[in-house]
Design a protein around this ligand. Structure first.
Ligand code: COA
Length: 339
């Protein structure tokens, strides 16, 4: 079929990349700081170690590296990129870290901005970027998920500090024909009523400005989490949204090649897989090495499985992101890879 603008209504996933800090922090090492131990953390979460950004690294640097690898895999000239979205809750610059990444990639013709939706951020950014490609003039986008939650953790709170790590992942997507579409269906949800389960809130102090006038001076408090409530939320809502996604796409769970969930906890991954009778070999997991890297987990896992050839062109992947907000979402993807 002739590829006229009218039938270019699909999105193809053509490249991926990722980057993690060089510094590791094992469960045993964490036990030197808080009262915990390797077997407790492994049993409850599946995590063995995580990466933490150290002196000579930055989140911007990791995200740029991940984006650059995705660009390289796609075989694109940086000047051909129209859009770069950075999903993050921990930007190096709250005014926007995306533009700095754009500059480092040399993507001079792109527009770039940040999007925040915690651990659902990458999925929401991917879906957002896809809308620009489907509906507008844009043809190529890089979607990056990167977080440095190590900078926001209370390292003396053993209930939360064991879970998180730093990292970045990226995908390159481009406009394609409807027949080659790689974003087959998606769902997104949020529920602010349940926001207090997981927060990274600003704490405001009221300081005098002028006589009878004050201003609020804010600084962020460390992550506050009710682990059990978040766990219950994930094992309930993720299967529901995935079931709804598969129904919309008219796909049976046994047709999936891979289940790619936000890497929060191995028990959550196993529980969701069991609800759909998906064999555990089809459940992608690397959280033992990295912990929960928030917006980075999905593209970091995708990139690893693409580069070690587990994910092959044409593979059908059900993915779901979930976390603070509360927010959650799911998408049915078909990996195309570079042409
Ligand atoms: N090491 C050793 N003991 C610990 C511990 C640690 N790191 N953290 C908590 N404990 C203790 C608790 O103090 C408690 O002891 P107590 O019964 O004497 O009070 C006991 O272990 C059980 O604590 P609990 O909080 O009930 O554990 P849990 O089974 O719920 O596991 C999580 C805790 C955090 C691993 C689990 O709730 C979880 O993974 N939740 C989801 C969190 C998540 O994914 N957040 C990000 C979403 S994007």
């Amino acid at each position: 079929m002739l590829e006229t603008p009218e039938n270019l209504s699909g999105i193809a996933l053509v490249g991926s990349g990722s980057a993690v800090p060089s510094q590791t922090l094992s469960n045993e090492e964490l036990g030197l700081r808080v009262e915990t131990n390797d077997s407790w953390i492994r049993e409850r979460t599946g995590i063995e170690t995580r990466r933490i950004i150290s002196k000579n690294e930055t989140l911007t640097g990791l995200c740029s590296k991940a984006g650059s690898k995705a660009l390289e895999m796609a075989g694109w000239d940086p000047s051909s990129i129209d859009l770069i979205i950075l999903a993050t809750s921990t930007p190096d610059d709250l005014f926007g870290t995306g533009p700095e990444i754009q500059a480092s990639l040399g993507a001079n013709n792109a527009v770039s901005f940040d999007l925040t939706a915690a651990c659902s951020g990458f999925l929401f950014a991917l879906i957002t970027a896809a809308q620009f490609l489907k509906n507008g003039e844009m043809k190529r986008a890089i979607v990056i998920g990167g977080d440095q939650l190590s900078s926001c953790i209370d390292w003396d709170d053993r209930r939360s500090c064991i879970l998180f790590g730093d990292g970045a992942g990226a995908v390159a997507i481009e406009k394609t024909t409807a027949e080659k579409n790689g974003l087959l269906a998606f769902k997104m949800k949020s529920d602010g009523q349940r926001r207090s389960c997981l927060n990274l809130r600003q704490f405001s102090e009221h300081l005098p400005l002028l006589k009878e006038k004050t201003y609020q001076k804010g600084s962020y408090q460390p992550i506050q989490m009710n682990g059990q409530e978040v766990y219950k939320f994930a094992v309930k809502e993720v299967p529901l949204i995935l079931a709804s996604l598969l129904k919309t796409a008219q796909i049976e769970a046994d047709s999936l090649n891979w289940l790619l969930l936000h890497q929060a906890n191995q028990r959550i991954l196993d529980s969701v897989a069991d609800r759909f009778s998906i064999p555990h070999e089809k459940v992608l997991s690397n959280l033992s090495k990295y912990g929960n890297t928030s917006a980075a987990t999905i593209p970091l896992m995708l990139d690893e499985a693409v580069r070690d050839s587990r994910i092959q062109p044409g593979d059908l992947i059900a993915t779901s992101g979930f976390g603070a907000g509360l927010s959650w979402g799911a998408a049915l993807l078909r990996w195309q890879g570079p042409s």
